[in-house]
Design a protein around this ligand. Structure first.
Ligand code: AMP
Length: 314
């Protein structure tokens, strides 16, 4: 056990209690510091409310997750994270069963990154009545891109994030909650933004840029499934996106040749393109010459492993 080992809560009740306790302790400490500072400087005490950072994950943590956690730790007094492989967001024949589950290593990594409490519930704890009757639907956007290949995926994501936000909010009381999500899942981020808006969640969303390996491959828990040859082949995804970006920066919208980018990916042995499209990341609609930002969005299969990536072209 290292000094930074986080508390692991496996029930919703324990998680709520752990959040409340951690925030109360942090508030006490912040108040003491405020008083000490005022005494030292002979000024009035200025109290501030401590805040909570929340990082939801499915575990098998890597440096991408750790980056979200470190960001949360920089910006908040208490950081909590959930590790839950959510069955609702996996379709039949997807990798739910083989998804890596590495709680011990995850706890060590999360602790190092500044996480104080981990919520690692069982499926029964989250869905005690089996498949939940009431779910969030992700609408038309939920059927495009990722949602086209993975029907129901985003409904599953939104249903669990909705639940997690309610649980975390219950522990946080009046304290501000900031939730951290990676831009790697760009479509997920937009849908969660819409849900927060439509359902009046009192949670601030904090996007974090994609974290890549030195060779450009976007970090993913699913990279663990890749053989060395597959990993090499997978590089065509980030390299093709980077090429699109370079062409776009040099020659504008005209420079973006999606068709040859698609062909380049499909010409790579062992790689099959699922989709490569351009979107305006604010709306996820078609970008225009006037769009402030244009995002190239792609998914590939490398053997039986599905990988996603995206890149800003402007
Ligand atoms: P997951 O465990 O795959 O559900 O991811 C949990 C969170 O980490 C999500 O908000 C992801 O977008 C984020 N994330 C995963 N991989 C990366 C990465 N390479 N860079 C930035 N964020 C990431």
């Amino acid at each position: 056990m290292t000094e930074n080992q986080p508390t692991i809560a496996t029930t919703i009740a324990d998680f709520i209690t752990a959040i409340t306790k951690a925030l109360a302790a942090a508030q006490l400490q912040a108040d003491e510091q405020a008083r000490a500072l005022a005494a030292q400087e002979g000024t009035e005490v200025i109290y501030r409310d401590v805040t909570l950072g929340f990082v939801p994950t499915m575990g098998a943590l890597h440096n991408g997750h750790a980056t979200l956690m470190r960001r949360a730790a920089e910006q908040n007094d208490v950081v909590v994270s959930s590790i839950f492989v959510n069955p609702l967001q996996f379709g039949p024949g997807e990798d739910y069963e083989r998804y890596p589950r590495t709680l011990e290593a995850d706890a060590a990594l999360a602790g190092e990154a500044g996480v104080q409490v981990i919520f690692a519930p069982s499926v029964e704890e989250m869905y005690p009545d089996g498949d939940p009757l009431i779910r969030i639907t992700s609408g038309e956007l939920g059927t495009k891109f990722e949602g086209k290949t993975r029907p129901g995926h985003f409904d599953g994501v939104l249903t669990v994030v909705n639940k997690l936000f309610n649980i975390v909010r219950a522990g946080a009381g009046d304290h501000e909650v900031n939730a951290y999500f990676g831009q790697k899942d760009a479509q997920q981020f937009v849908l969660i933004q819409r849900m927060v808006h439509d359902f009046n969640h009192s949670v601030n969303l904090r996007p974090v840029a994609i974290v890549r390996d030195d060779d450009g491959l976007a970090l993913s828990s699913r990279n663990e499934f890749l053989s060395p040859a597959e990993r090499e082949a997978a590089l065509v995804l980030s390299r093709t996106l980077a090429l699109l970006r370079e062409n776009s920066l040099n020659r504008g919208f005209e420079g973006i040749d999606l068709q040859s980018a698609r062909e380049r990916i499909n010409a790579t042995e062992g790689v099959r393109l699922d989709y490569l499209e351009l979107v305006d990341p604010h709306t996820f609609g078609e970008p225009t010459e006037e769009s402030e930002r244009v995002l190239a969005l792609a998914a590939i299969f490398v053997g039986s492993t599905r990988l996603i990536d995206n890149m800003d072209l402007r």
